[in-house]
Ligand binder design. Structure first.
Ligand code: GLU
Length: 291
């Protein structure tokens, strides 16, 4: 029997949905539906100081207005149960010796070669506030990305260590994302290529925590004329849901799916055509798309 497909969209509420995040939602949705799969939404609200008020709810409202259908209720990383799950996974990693405590400042770390980082071999907990970091092992991590092809890195030399819990006590994206992808039984991750460099840590964490390895497809990011990624920092405009069909057709065409022979007249027609014509391989080896 074929493995059921479970895909997801996992936005961070540091701004409202814009064209860049919409294409990630659309690609993961079409790929899930093309594979008769489920599509889940996870709000990655791990960092309250950086959160924009109302952004989480506006993701849900905008996606709903555009006709995305969720197979389950959205989950929130700020939720107590999720926070306990991150703590539990972190405790396991600490107990099994995969972490170290670090109270170094950014400037202290700047010119330190990872292998010479003194905190890596200390056992005691520092007096000053400290982060808990993953101790990368000297191993090769490779995977075949469904869009970008073979990807291979030495975890220690190419990626280094990563933070699992910050000095201020907040759990990191790298830790929470693997705990939640496993919790939500995600089988297929479709997301922007700006996250491909995080994937080796996530694969490594999955193996340490005995989680299944999902498959990965990293789609190109949208960039402006000067080559910068469309994001809140580059003032990407919020999606205007007044003209949902226009917005969706535009996003679909940005994903190089070729125009519809006749422009869909209703959302229902858009989704039927968008899913049946969807071919992720049209994005093969493409890393950025200029808008
Ligand atoms: N929350 C991340 C973002 O908004 C995406 C995480 C992921 O898809 O793994 O960039």
């Amino acid at each position: 029997m074929e493995k059921p497909y479970i895909g997801r969209f996992a936005p961070t509420p540091t701004g409202k949905l814009h064209r860049g995040s919409l294409v990630a939602a659309l690609a993961s949705y079409c790929e899930a539906k093309k594979n008769n799969g489920q599509w889940l939404l996870r709000i990655e609200d791990l960092d309250p100081p950086r959160e924009v008020k109302g952004a989480s709810q506006s993701f849900i409202d905008t996606l709903t207005k555009l006709g995305f259908q969720l197979n389950q209720k959205a989950i929130y990383q700020s939720n107590k149960t999720r926070q306990h799950a991150y703590q539990k996974a972190l405790n396991q990693l600490i107990q099994e010796g995969h972490t170290y405590y670090c109270s170094c400042s950014r400037s202290e770390l700047k010119n330190t070669n990872i292998k010479d980082h003194k905190c890596r071999n200390k056992k005691s907990t520092p007096q000053k506030p400290y982060s808990i970091n993953l101790k990368a092992s000297d191993c090769i991590i490779k995977f075949k990305d469904r869009i970008q092809g073979n990807y291979i890195k030495n975890l220690l030399n190419d990626c280094g260590d990563c933070v699992l819990q910050r000095k201020d006590g907040l759990f990191s994206y790298q830790l929470a994302v693997v705990v939640d992808d496993s919790f939500q039984k995600v089988t297929d991750i479709v997301r922007g290529i700006d996250l491909i460099d995080s994937t080796p840590w996530q694969i490594y964490l999955n193996s340490l925590l005995n989680y299944p390895q999902p498959s990965y497809a990293h789609i190109p990011i949208l960039v402006n004329k000067t080559g910068q990624k469309l994001s809140k920092q580059t003032f990407a405009k919020e999606i205007d849901t007044e003209k949902p069909l226009e917005i969706l057709v535009n996003a679909y065409n940005l994903l190089l799916q070729n125009s519809f022979i006749t422009t869909p007249k209703t959302l229902h027609e858009f989704w039927n055509k968008a899913i049946s014509q969807w071919n992720i391989n049209k994005l093969d080896n493409i890393q950025s798309i200029q808008v």
